[in-house]
Design a protein around this ligand. Structure first.
Ligand SMILES: *Cc1c(COP(=O)(O)O)cnc(C)c1O
Length: 456
């Protein structure tokens, strides 16, 4: 059979708002031209994020009914712990209410002035937590990872040579941990190869630096390894995932992604001393070690989710849905980050709107216009999210200007994808009319969430 189908059917539906162009114009104005301020009632298709937006299965919902809400020693925790250990093999498994809580705990312990944290590409909250701990977050993506036009199998890889240079420059004792993000979210959802994880691990081991995985999308990454890396064709997703984790000393995870759940996360490690410090901080700020700020029923949903996410029929559908989205854009000549990654399509704003300079936020402008045309919400990943100013107030742009359309798991059908592509194509066809923007207000950290804009 040629048609790839959703490997599920729909038991319960949620109505989506249908709005008029006039309404959307007004909503966007009221949102200060920042889609984060839009109310969900104003949105027809929401591709702001794939985080916590998953449709849970009937098996997960029944597990939720079975949750054991004991404060300490809940049997739901032990189910969760068994599943996470089965995949990761780590000794200490600490639940948190989401990924950034795990990051905050880790970097509060390991961070501090003068400390440097390398990563293939830091996610925004990871960078935020590192900088909040007065440390430095350094991105070291492979060179081809910074070029949206090159098609290659593992554009999420770490630049291992650059990593060794960094270690020699700042000194291993100033690098408390090296990170690899799988898949590389801010770098386009691109996968990291097993070889790259193994070689990074070998390098940092030589210098006594532990390796942690930011493993939010471990199953999507494992599927790409199975499809693209020789020697893994016949291995199961579980086997591949286990090998990925075997090269690491710990991980942080937002289970709102490949936990197929609406909330949750965890922090794992083998080191007893680090675990002790992390558990203390967890109890002070999140909750007891057998729930970490989550309702115990959510741990049940996660325990089931970790199994469902490794189902190859699901992963095949998931990765194909994103590839199909990309094909529709390719056919219309819309520039996007090639090839499509695991969870999102990223428009290449530099080629989409070359007349808008990075300091006038081309991605933000494109994102707003696509909302106006179709009621579709996306997010800028470029100068708004990662731009900085130098001492003279001059704008320093990141390597890429992207607009991300993250596809929630098991939520949208093929026609929703087609509709979204149509809205993008319509804006692309009148791209000369897009206008630059300026920020009228911004906070000190993670400015993309709450900044306010005006057209210039
Ligand atoms: C979502 C995400 C995080 C943060 O997790 P939250 O659950 O949103 O706090 C960290 N790293 C990556 C790569 C992510 O995608």
């Amino acid at each position: 059979m040629k048609t790839k189908i959703e490997p599920f059917k729909i038991k319960s539906i949620e109505h989506i708002p249908i709005t008029t162009p006039e309404q959307r114009e007004k909503y966007l104005d009221q949102a200060f031209l920042n889609p984060f301020y839009l109310r969900s009632e104003a949105i027809t298709i929401d591709m702001l994020t794939d985080s916590g937006t998953t449709a849970m299965s009937s098996n997960q919902w029944s597990a939720i009914m079975d949750g054991d809400e004991s404060y300490a020693g809940s049997r739901s925790y032990y189910k969760f712990e068994d599943e996470v250990r089965n995949i990761t093999g780590f000794k200490h498994i600490i639940p948190t209410h989401q990924g950034r809580a795990a990051e905050r705990i880790l970097f509060s312990i390991m961070g501090g002035k003068g400390k440097v944290f390398p990563n293939n590409t830091h996610f925004d909250t990871t960078r935020g937590n590192i900088e909040y701990a007065l440390s430095e977050a350094i991105d070291l993506p492979t060179k081809i990872g910074k070029n949206p036009e090159i098609i290659a199998d593992f554009k999420g890889n770490m630049d291992i040579e650059a990593l060794e240079e960094l270690i020699n420059r700042v000194g291993a004792r100033n690098i408390p941990v090296c990170y690899i993000t799988v898949t590389n979210n801010s770098g386009g959802g691109q996968p990291v190869s097993m070889q790259n994880i193994r070689e990074t691990s070998e390098l940092v081991k030589k210098y006594g630096i532990p390796l942690f995985l930011d493993c939010c999308r471990f199953a999507e990454n494992a599927y790409f390894i199975k499809m693209r890396e020789s020697g893994y064709e016949n291995k199961s997703i579980l086997e591949i995932s286990r090998e990925m984790f075997s090269y690491a000393d710990g991980c942080t995870m937002s289970a709102k992604k490949d936990g197929l759940s609406n909330t949750g996360g965890f922090l794992c490690m083998n080191n007893d001393k680090l675990a002790e410090a992390a558990k203390t901080l967890l109890i002070v700020t999140e909750g007891f070690i057998t729930y970490g700020g989550l309702a115990r029923r959510d741990l049940e949903a996660l325990a089931v989710g970790f199994r469902e996410v490794m189902d190859e029929n699901y992963l095949k559908y998931r990765i194909h849905q994103i590839a199909f989205f990309g094909e529709l854009l390719t056919n219309a000549g819309v520039p996007y980050l090639m090839p499509t990654g695991g969870h999102a399509v990223y428009l290449d704003a530099k080629r989409f709107a070359p007349h808008i300079k990075p300091k006038e936020f081309p991605g933000q402008s494109i994102s707003c216009e696509i909302y106006k045309v179709g009621g579709v919400r996306s997010v800028e990943i470029g100068s708004v999210m990662f731009g900085k100013n130098d001492e003279k107030g001059e704008h320093i742009a990141p390597a890429m200007e992207l607009v991300r359309f993250a596809v929630p798991r098991r939520v949208y059908t093929k026609s929703h994808i087609e509709y979204t592509a149509e809205a993008i194509i319509e804006v692309y066809e009148k791209r000369e009319q897009l206008k630059g923007m300026k920020i009228t207000w911004q906070p000190d950290f993670l400015r993309h969430f709450t900044s306010k804009f005006e057209y210039v």
